[in-house]
Design a protein around this ligand. Structure first.
Ligand code: PMP
Length: 431
């Protein structure tokens, strides 16, 4: 198979096009590849960047800044010096930012469950006592957010993203008219999977919109706050400030973690909010734990030293990630660009590229890729209930494989897209 300009030998239209697309796909299958673009995981090289963590804080270095012995119980809200380091990046005052366990997803899950089982500030009853609870879900979005809703019977209302965040005309109308809408998932910066960044206007409107539910909450998952992929370090408005200014100080819970900064699964997760919400979360924490893993938190403090340390560290990640994303664009442009059958995002940060293929083709592309040894995220994964109504979006995760593997996998994806599109065209002509 030639790699640079396959589309020249596979013109899309007509029986000859279908024939050529089938032939290059047969060649692809014969190669017996085994590649994986499903995992939004840091590569081993990225994890090595935080290799020193494994020997920190080091023998005898056990005391936090205030003299607390980190090996012992206590310190429910996390080490103050670590909360200071992440206060700026997460746009939450350190006093209102808690440094807790190893995963922000756990904190999001627990906040949803806590809202189901105990009345949130400003609420009249527990969400579990409502006849129905619904969440606004910008799409495409993060499948694990949707999984939390599905697990607890929270209905999901998809709202399209516009390039500047969710379609706010739709969101405002929904939340103003429907008191069963209690929450909304937001990944405001370098969103998973489209790389969406919420504009200042979007943030202000989310903070100020009138909600029929008095206990409506934004679940503001700023998972990619410092995960820049270009020299432009995109900043967004602070949601907590915007909510306070709009007179809705308790509207947002902010989440983040070091999962894709230091070590995935053994980093530190954060949650921040208004003083009233923090007090509410603290009531749960008091029953849930005697304190977080402060040794791990101290390790992170020693590793970063300060917020500039985080920034410098993220530049090292960028150096590893940028060429992988460049490989994705390069192949998509050369192999699919001239055909006009696909569109893709060019995120300024985060972990994913979102590829839109012709309507009705995403499942077929994923199936063809699988048969050729290329694992792709299941079509529809970025939509509530796993259903993409247009069956066109495919989430590409280029961080984990090597640059050459990314290139190879993307060439294979392009072959599959061309075949799926040619098959669809042929079926349309036949019908
Ligand atoms: N939120 C988003 C938007 C993510 O993409 C991810 C990781 N894929 C997470 C949360 C998970 O974060 P954590 O490891 O802190 O649970």
């Amino acid at each position: 198979m030639s790699s640079g300009s396959v589309q020249e030998s596979a013109p899309l239209s007509g029986a000859a096009g279908l024939e050529a697309a089938r032939k290059e796909y047969a060649e692809l299958r014969a190669r017996g590849l085994s590649l994986d673009l499903t995992r939004g995981k840091p590569s081993p090289e990225q994890l090595d960047l935080a290799g020193d963590l494994l020997s920190l804080p080091g023998g005898g270095d056990v005391k936090a800044a205030d003299g607390t012995d980190t090996r012992n119980y206590g310190g429910l809200l996390g080490l103050p010096e670590l909360r200071e380091i992440f206060a700026g990046p997460l746009q939450v005052p350190a006093g209102q930012l808690l440094a807790l366990g190893n995963a922000s997803l756990t904190l999001m899950h627990d906040n949803v469950v806590q809202a189901l089982l105990s009345v949130v500030p400003g609420g009249e009853r527990r969400w579990a006592d409502e006849p129905r609870v619904r969440f606004v879900c910008p799409v495409p979005g993060y499948d694990r957010h949707f999984g939390v809703c599905e697990r607890y019977g929270i209905d999901m209302v998809p709202v399209p993203l516009t390039g500047e965040g969710p379609d706010m005309d739709v969101v405002e109308e929904l939340v103003a008219s429907d008191p069963t809408i209690k929450g909304m998932w937001c990944v405001p910066k370098y969103s998973n999977p489209t790389g969406e960044v919420y504009s200042d206007e979007t943030v202000r409107r989310l903070a100020a919109m009138r909600t029929a539910a008095p206990d409506f909450r934004l679940f503001w998952d700023n998972a990619y706050a410092v995960h820049h992929l270009t020299g432009e370090r995109v900043e967004i408005l602070s949601i907590l400030d915007a909510c306070a200014e709009a007179g809705n100080p308790d509207r947002a819970f902010v989440f983040g973690s070091t999962s894709k900064i230091t070590t995935a699964g053994s980093g530190v997760a954060f949650v921040g909010s208004s003083p009233a919400n923090v007090a509410w979360m603290k009531e749960r924490l008091l029953k849930q734990t005697i304190g977080p893993d402060k040794v791990n938190q101290l390790r992170h403090v020693r590793f970063f030293r300060d917020t500039d340390g985080v920034t410098a560290h993220m530049e090292r990640h960028r150096a590893l990630l940028e060429p992988r994303f460049a490989a994705v664009y390069e192949v998509l442009e050369s192999e699919l660009g001239p055909l006009g059958i696909a569109e893709w995002t060019r995120p300024k940060g985060g972990y994913f590229v979102s590829l839109d293929v012709p309507d009705g083709c995403a499942s077929e592309v994923v199936r063809l890729a699988k048969e050729a040894g290329i694992a792709l995220t299941p079509a529809g994964a970025a939509f509530p209930y796993g259903k993409d109504p247009r069956d066109r979006e495919i989430r590409l995760a280029p961080s984990f494989p090597s640059v050459e593997e990314v290139r190879e996998a993307m060439r294979a994806v392009a072959v599959c897209v061309r075949l799926a599109a040619a098959e669809q065209e042929a079926a349309g002509t036949a019908g």
